[in-house]
Design a protein around this ligand. Structure first.
Ligand SMILES: [Zn+2]
Length: 164
């Protein structure tokens, strides 16, 4: 409704005719890719950004560095789509259900803060190769598996810089 002139691809999470099976098939065509990187492949999936990806992988207890064929792609897509739809059209997004600054997210921009599930420390590490690498936020306890050396200094701030 908010995009009257540009019909969304059916690989866009916000599309009314979103084709999850096609997205799963596209992602699964490269089973050795890391899921956190694969989800940035615009040929396979649209309507996502790194915040949504970090948050959805946390919710699904999946490491961003897990290989595509090791994870439940359909469940991750369902989580991603739920977050995208719940936040559609909103300037400030939230995955926790709280829009108070600093409380909007589970892991995004929360490096060294306590995990809301296990109380362990949230970590941040880079994924991908430059210049297309991205900072991924995750809980090493809730999202077990191999991962690069966490960054010692990483953003810990509300992603949205509102004064409220
Ligand atoms: Zn945790």
């Amino acid at each position: 409704m908010s995009e009257p002139n540009s019909p969304l691809s059916n690989k866009n999470l916000l599309a009314g005719d979103f084709d999850g099976d096609a997205v799963v098939a596209c992602l699964s065509a490269h089973p050795d890719r890391e899921i956190g990187a694969a989800l940035h492949d615009k040929n396979c999936i649209q309507g996502v950004d790194n915040i949504l990806i970090c948050e959805a992988l946390y919710v699904n207890k999946t490491s961003p560095w897990a290989k595509v064929d090791e994870v439940e792609v359909t469940e991750i897509l369902n989580t991603l789509r739920g977050i995208a739809i719940a936040n559609r059209g909103l300037e400030l997004i939230s995955t926790t259900g709280t829009r108070r600054a600093g409380h909007e997210f589970y892991v995004h921009a929360r490096a060294h803060a306590n995990c809301r599930r296990c109380r362990g420390k949230i970590a941040a590490a880079m994924q991908g190769t430059k210049p297309n690498d991205r900072i991924m936020y995750f809980c090493p306890t809730c999202q077990p598996g191999e991962h690069p050396q966490p960054l010692e200094r990483a953003a810990r701030r509300p992603a949205s810089q509102t004064s409220r």
